[in-house]
Each structure stands twice: as C-alpha cells, then as structure tokens.
Design a protein around this ligand. Structure first.
Ligand code: UDP
Ligand code: MG
Length: 315
C-alpha cells in the first residue's frame, strides 16, 4: 500500500457474513480494473456473527490494500463510517454498503464525476430495490428535509457516494455526533454533484434497520441540520395560545353578555382547551429535549466509539 493511495473505500460491516465473500469477490476485481491505487477500510461494527473472522482472512489475503477497524460493540452505520474517515489516507473517499445493494462496479461512475470537478458526488438509486414501505417513508422524509433544511439531495438514503479529501477532513474536524453523513458532507461541499447508480436487492440477510432506528435516524437528520422544528413549534404554540384566548373570550361573551350555556358549555370548552395546550406543551418539551440531549452529548465529549483492534500494515 503506498502511503497515499488515490482511493479510499469505506465499508461498514454489521452481521454480513453471508455477503462478505461475494463482496470481496466483486469489489477487489472492480477496483483493480480502475487502475488507481486504493485501500479498503472495513469497520466491523460489533458484528455478532463471523464477519470479523472473514475480514481477518481477507486482510491476510490482501494486506497491501485492506485495513480493518474492529469496534468492541455496535455503534451504528454512521459511526462506523466516521471511524474509517478518521483514518483514511486516500485523496478520494468512496462509501458503500456491505450487502451489495450498491454494486461495486458503479464506483467508476462516481469517480468520473469527481474527475469532472465535483468535490462531492452522491449516488441516487435508479431502480430502488427496497420494500414499498421504505420507499414511501423515504419520499416523505425527503420532503420534510427539503422544507426544513437547505440540503438538496435526490436520494439521501443511498450510501454509494464519493468525496474529495477536504470534505472528509471537515467532517472529521466537526466532531459531530449522531451524524447523518451524506447531509453533513453536503453542507461542507462547494460543488456537489449527483449521478444515477444501480441498486440491487440485499444479497443475503435482512436489513439491519428496524422501524425504530429509521425514526431515530430521520430525527437526527432533521434536528441535526436545522433549528426549524424548534422555530415552527414556537410559532405554532403562539398561534394556539392566541386561538385559545379568542375561544375563552367567546365563552365569556356568550355567558355574560348573551347569558347562554349557564351550566355545562364553559366547563367542557375549558377542558378541551386545557388538553390541547397540554399536548402542545408536551411536544415542545420533547423537541427541546432533543436539542438539549445533543448539547449534552457534545459537552460531555465522551469518546464516541472504541476500537478494539486495528488490522493494517503501516504505510
Ligand atoms: N451497518 C452497520 N451498523 C449497523 C447497521 C448497519 O455498520 O448498526 C451497515 C451494514 O452492514 C451495511 C450498511 O450499514 O453495510 C447498511 O445497512 P443495511 O443494509 O442493514 O441498511 P439498509 O440497506 O436497509 O438501509
Ligand atoms: Mg442494505
């Protein structure tokens, strides 16, 4: 491995023992065919299966171009990528998934765009092979993201992306937590581009993302990149209190000027208003908590992940 390879390929691996052999078989030849010097960094994100043994064997087989970061436990796909970003040596960095949903043969397309002068090239999936639910949920999130942040991406969920080195350096320096890497990279890019890439069905196994972790990820995306939710919320709360003021005034007018609803109406209306305001307040507390939680995590400055072992040849 030369000290500075042209390319660094970054791949997070979590319980992918069924996919790794095919990944190796397709990835190395397609990189060899590009005719550029490269390194591949795999992060084993605390897999519970035999992934690490397979990575170890692969490192033994191609020690010149293979590096493996072994986490002591599961920190999530994006943290796995961050750990690799902190160690990349290449001038161009490419991320992709280990489950072969991003065909390694498409890397060349991204590089062409980079060569054309873009500093960040996002892939978008031409024929997305995911469940109906995932596709539509992701359309919805795309819409919300476009409204609340200034990030413009056709396909935020596609991890087949290429970055020039300065962007990766900026991401690493930002020390962000809960990072949604494609969006973070976009915010540092001076000249972002996009290119359509093939998408395949997961080679084997099932997605590692549960419904819950998808919600978490998207919450990260929105609150991590804008204060808009907080601001909309405040405006909404303002409108609500204005509305309830008007309502209370109306009740008073009916009761004292027109002498109506003497027994019941007022009580129920007030209960209605009370419940409504209570729910608004609860949403608000949750939202504030989200921001406070982030602040806390940054202020605490705890080490974000722990590397158990590094397999690599010194340059
Ligand atoms: N992954 C990871 N840690 C996790 C979950 C996933 O490193 O906690 C990796 C996984 O091995 C794969 C990529 O992230 O390489 C994408 O995961 P997956 O295919 O499960 O997500 P999906 O394609 O369904 O979005
Ligand atoms: Mg996948």
């Amino acid at each position: 491995m030369s000290a500075t390879p042209q390319l660094s390929i970054v791949i997070p691996v979590y319980n992918e023992e069924l996919n790794l052999p095919t990944l190796f078989a397709r990835l190395y030849p397609s990189l060899d065919a590009l005719g550029r010097s490269y390194e591949i960094i795999f992060t084993n994100d605390g897999s519970a299966d035999r992934s690490i043994e397979l990575l170890r064997a692969q490192h033994a087989k191609r020690p010149d171009v293979t590096r493996v970061i072994d986490f002591n436990s599961n920190y999530g796909q994006h943290m796995a990528i961050m750990a690799a970003f902190e160690r990349v040596r290449g001038e161009i960095i490419v991320t992709l998934d280990a489950d072969l949903q991003n065909p390694p043969e498409e890397i060349g397309k991204l590089l062409e765009k980079i060569d054309a002068g873009y500093d960040y090239v996002g892939g978008y999936r031409l024929n997305r092979q995911d469940s109906f639910f995932r596709k539509y949920a992701s359309k919805l999130i795309n819409f919300v993201r476009e409204k609340t942040t200034s990030i413009e991406m056709t396909d935020q969920g596609c991890m087949l992306r290429a970055y020039k080195r300065p962007i990766i350096d900026a991401i690493v320096r930002s020390g962000a937590i809960n990072t949604f890497i494609p969006a973070l990279a976009y915010s540092f890019s001076g000249n972002p581009g996009e290119v359509g890439v093939k998408h395949e069905e997961r080679h084997a196994g099932v997605s590692n993302y549960s419904f819950y972790s998808l919600i978490r990820l998207n919450f990260d995306l929105i609150t991590g990149f804008s204060l808009a939710p907080l601001q909309y919320f405040t405006m909404f709360a303002g409108l609500c209190s204005l509305g309830s003021l008007v309502l209370v005034a109306a009740i008073f007018v009916r009761r004292f000027i027109f002498n109506l609803d003497r027994e019941t109406f007022g009580v129920f209306t007030l209960f209605g208003i009370l419940f409504f305001l209570l729910s608004v307040a609860m949403i608000g507390i949750g939202l504030i908590g989200e921001y406070v939680g982030r602040t806390y995590q940054v202020v605490r400055a705890r080490q974000r992940y722990h590397v158990k072992e590094m397999l690599e040849n010194k340059p």
